[in-house]
Each structure stands twice: as structure tokens, then as C-alpha cells.
Design a protein around this ligand. Sequence first.
Ligand code: MN
Length: 204
Amino acid sequence: MPRKRRSTKREDALEPYRRRRDFRRTPEPRGTKRARASRKRPRFVVQKHDAGRLHYDFRLEVGGVLRSWAVPKGPSPDPAERRLALPTEDHPLAYADFEGVIPEGEYGAGTVLVWDAGTYRNLDGGRSVAEGLKDGHVEFVLEGSKLKGGWALTRIAAGKDERWLLVKMDDDFASPGSDVLRARPESVLTGRTLAEVAREARGD
Ligand code: MN
């Protein structure tokens, strides 16, 4: 019985994602079926998204979906930089590979590139990431191309105006004062900039 209940809940997790999108118009993945995790370690992805206002979407694979936050200023490897992270709807795992242009008039219209991707590891030995997120604090190690080492997500406000902070932990991969967003603006998948992704989508 608990098993059935959980699988129902999982299907529902992507309902808000699908409700917002017209898949006849957007090239984003529909993610109808909940994908099974294909590797030992869960994935993370950071997508750079120019939706009028540039931001970075930070996503962690948890329980077969990508839990997601919009980070207006993007992640910083400087532990002194506490970056606001606004929760958004769960995305399908297939979204981790999405790079392209969401057409005008559609939800999230604008250009998306995969800014960083890799796997991550929960730093809390006694609590799952899902439980940590429920409690409002998770610490994890990112194994990406641009982002590495320990990071923490902490909920600072709940309810209608739920807000989190994404902060680099102070370890060997901390880099005070550095600006990886400027230094490495390109897609980790294709090496393209946002302008190049947009231009190719237009067919120029
Ligand atoms: Mn976004």
C-alpha cells in the first residue's frame, strides 16, 4: 500500500511542469514517464536561462525528478556569496540535457543552455536529500565541470514566498572573489554561448 501511494505522488510531481507547457510549441521534453535513475550517483544540472531576465536554474535529481530553483545571480564559488534560490516546479530528468529556445509566448520563453552538469553526493550520512529538503537544509558535493566541492541549500522563508540560499561551503574548491559565471559563460555540452544557441535555433 505505501508503495502504490508513493508512485501516485511521483506521477503528480511533474503535473505542474506539464500544465504550464504546450508541448506542440515548446521543444522542451514532455517527461511523461518518470525516468529511472540510470547511474549510481544522482545528477545535477545548472541551466543558464535568458527569459527576459537572465537567471540560472539549479536542479538536483531527487526521487526520479529534478528538484529546481531559479538562482537570479547564479551560483558562486565564493562562500561569502549567499545566492538567493527561488523554488520552481519539479522538472523531468530528461530536462537535464535540454538546450535550445523556448518560443515567445510560451512559459519561460527564451534561450536555455546547459551551463554545468555532473553528479552529486549527499553529505548528510543520516538523512536523505529528500528528507533534508523537507526539513529545509541539505549539504552536498557537486562533481561538475565548473562547480565542485561542498555546497549547501538552506530554506530561509517558507509558504507562499518560499526562499532558499545556495552557498558554497568553505573547502578546497572554495574560490573567494572568483566569478566563474563570467569566466565560463559557455555551455558545458556544446561550448556555445546563449547568443550562439539562439542564432542556431533561428537557423541563421
Ligand atoms: Mn528558468
